[in-house]
Design a protein around this ligand. Structure first.
Ligand SMILES: O=C(O)[C@H](CS(=O)(=O)O)OP(=O)(O)O
Ligand SMILES: [Mg+2]
Length: 252
C-alpha cells in the first residue's frame, strides 16, 4: 500500500530549496488573506489575481479599469484601492463577476512561494472540509503557512493542524508527516477539545495575526474567519495564468 505524505511549512521561507514542481500546494493565511479570497470566490468573483506589490497592483488596475483593487498594508486599506482585506468587504453585490487585483502583506507572498507547484489551493477555516475533500486523493501535499511579517503565527498553524487531522482520519493509506506537520497537528488536537466557533475565535484572537487585527478594531473579521465550513468552495490558483478561480469552474 502506497503512503500518503503531508509536509507542512510554518513559514514560506522554511520551504528552502524544496521542490514543489508537479506537487499540490495549499496556502494558508487565516487572518486574513485566504479567508477573504475564499469569501470573494464563494461570492462569485470572476477571479482574484494575487500580486506582490502595491505599485504592480495599481499599474495593472490602470490597464484593467473594470477590475477592483483589493488588499492592505499595515492591515489598512491602501490609498486608491476599492477594498481592504476584510472578508465582509467582499459580498456578492460588490464582487460578483469582477476580477480582483489583490495584494496583502503575507498571504500573497506565500502564494508566490508556491508558484512552481502544479496545483495551488487556498485554504481557510471557512472552507476546511471542502479543501480536505479536494486533497483526499493527493499522494503528496505541501501545506504552506503565510505567517505574519516573517514570524510563525498560531492561527495558520492551527489550520495546518486541522488539515493534517482531517486527512489523517480519512486516509485509507498509511500517512507520513514531517515534524512541522506533527507540531501543527499537536497544536490543533489541543484546540479541538470542546471546539465551537466561539472558542476558535478566542484562540485566533490570541494569535499574532489576531492581535494585529484586534489592534485595528476589526474583531468581526476574526469571528468571520472562525466560521468553520461556511463555504463549500475551494479557490484554486492556476500557476500559469496566475488567477484564482473556483476549482469547480477553473477556466474562463
Ligand atoms: O491584513 C492582515 O490581516 C495582514 C496584515 S498584517 O501582517 O497583520 O499587517 O495581512 P495578511 O497578508 O492577510 O496576513
Ligand atoms: Mg496573515
Amino acid at each position: 500500500m502506497k503512503t500518503k505524505r503531508i509536509d507542512v511549512f510554518l513559514l514560506p521561507t522554511l520551504l528552502g530549496e524544496t521542490d514543489l514542481s508537479g506537487g499540490v500546494a495549499v496556502v494558508i493565511d487565516v487572518l486574513r488573506a485566504t479567508t477573504t479570497i475564499t469569501h470573494a470566490i464563494a461570492h462569485k468573483a470572476d477571479c482574484v489575481v494575487p500580486l506582490l506589490n502595491v505599485d504592480d497592483a495599481k499599474e495593472e488596475g490602470a490597464r484593467q479599469p473594470a477590475a477592483l483593487l483589493g488588499g492592505e498594508r499595515g492591515g489598512q486599506k491602501i490609498d486608491g484601492f476599492d477594498l481592504g482585506n476584510s472578508p465582509a468587504e467582499y459580498p456578492e453585490s460588490t464582487v460578483a463577476g469582477k476580477k480582483i487585483l489583490f495584494t496583502t502583506t503575507n498571504g500573497t507572498k506565500a502564494m508566490q512561494a508556491c508558484r512552481t507547484a502544479q496545483d495551488i489551493y487556498i485554504a481557510a477555516f471557512v472552507n476546511l472540509t471542502a479543501v480536505c475533500n479536494q486533497l483526499a486523493d493527493c499522494p503528496h501535499i505541501f501545506v504552506v503557512c503565510a505567517g505574519t511579517t516573517g514570524e510563525i503565527t498560531r492561527e495558520d498553524v492551527l489550520l495546518a493542524g486541522a488539515i493534517v487531522d482531517v486527512l489523517s482520519a480519512d486516509a485509507l493509506k498509511p500517512i507520513e508527516l514531517n515534524d512541522q506537520a506533527q507540531i501543527a497537528a499537536d497544536a490543533w488536537l489541543e484546540a479541538k477539545t470542546g471546539l465551537t466557533a466561539t472558542t476558535l475565535a478566542d484562540r485566533l484572537k490570541k494569535s499574532r495575526g489576531g492581535r494585529n487585527v484586534l489592534r485595528l478594531g476589526l474583531d468581526n473579521d476574526i469571528d468571520i474567519a472562525a466560521a468553520l465550513d461556511k463555504f463549500d468552495v475551494v479557490p484554486k490558483l492556476n500557476p500559469k495564468t496566475w488567477e484564482i478561480r473556483d476549482s469547480r469552474n477553473p477556466a474562463p
